[in-house]
Design a protein around this ligand. Structure first.
Ligand code: SAM
Length: 248
């Protein structure tokens, strides 16, 4: 029986692929790709001639039986998505859970992931973080989601799309406050890579003022909620404590 390799590919810069990923893509019998034309560009760049089949959101469940037969025939399969790590906002969940449940060997070949890449340079807390994928497309649902996250103490990571970034920022200002610290990481590993840290309202103004900042691929990170600092000076707090003891 063959193995299913889950192979991370670059998120922009084609050089961001591991030696092991290239070896696996070269040696497997079959590559299951989200978009065969897109993966074809990566493969031809590295002169890899492995056969590609399309496995995307709309046919993943139907393809599982066929891919299982390939494994049973002793074929090794690599799963790749258009960019980064499969299953992270990309197809593969049904395939991996089905194959693991059946006891087949599912092997990770790690590499780029936009969320982790963005966190690595954001300068926000990374000891704990929450990955939220894309915010809902409709304003009401988006505001509901943001309101749920208002007191979230961990750094929150969102994937964003160019046509929604302004609406999302407006809702973030409304729901999380104008002062909440944000980091926008755009076009990571590509020519126009930009990483900007600003309070929510200022980031909104900055993105609004420059249409270039509304283009391309982006990760938006939100600093975790921090309880308001004690407003009173330490001496006043000490006096209050004394009074609490003394007063009836
Ligand atoms: N599987 C991918 C990963 O591991 O990050 C994510 C795929 S998801 C369909 C595509 C989204 O990832 C984009 O809309 C954007 O939010 C984010 N993304 C992908 N590449 C990026 C890049 N080079 N810079 C910033 N964000 C990126």
């Amino acid at each position: 029986t063959g193995s299913l390799y889950i192979v991370a590919t670059p998120i922009g810069n084609l050089a961001d692929i591991t030696l092991r990923a290239l070896e696996v893509l070269k040696s497997v019998d079959l590559i299951a790709a989200e978009d065969t034309r897109n993966t074809g560009r990566l493969l031809s760049h590295y002169e890899i001639g492995t056969r590609c089949v399309a496995v995307h959101d709309h046919n993943e469940q139907q393809k599982i039986a066929w891919l299982e037969q390939q494994l049973l025939d002793g074929k090794n399969i690599a799963l790749v998505s258009d960019a980064g790590t499969p299953l992270i906002n990309d197809p593969g969940y049904h395939l991996v859970s089905a194959f693991r449940a059946k006891g087949y060997s599912v092997v990770p070949i790690p590499g780029a992931c936009a969320a982790i890449t963005a966190l690595s340079v954001a300068g926000l807390a990374t000891d704990r973080f929450l990955y939220e994928g894309f915010l809902p497309a409709k304003t009401k649902a988006r505001q509901e989601r943001l309101n749920e996250l208002r007191q979230e103490p961990r750094t929150v990571v969102f994937y964003e799309s160019p046509h929604r970034i302004l609406d999302s920022l407006v809702d973030i200002v409304t729901c999380l406050g104008a002062e909440r610290e944000l980091v926008l990481a755009r076009e990571l590993t590509k020519t126009f890579e930009t990483i900007q840290s600003l309070p929510a309202q200022q980031l909104l103004d900055w993105v609004k003022a420059d249409p270039n900042q509304q283009k391309g691929e982006m990760v938006l990170m939100v600093a975790g909620y921090q309880k308001a600092q004690q407003q009173l000076p330490v001496e006043a707090l000490d006096t209050l404590k004394l009074l609490q003891v003394e007063l009836p």
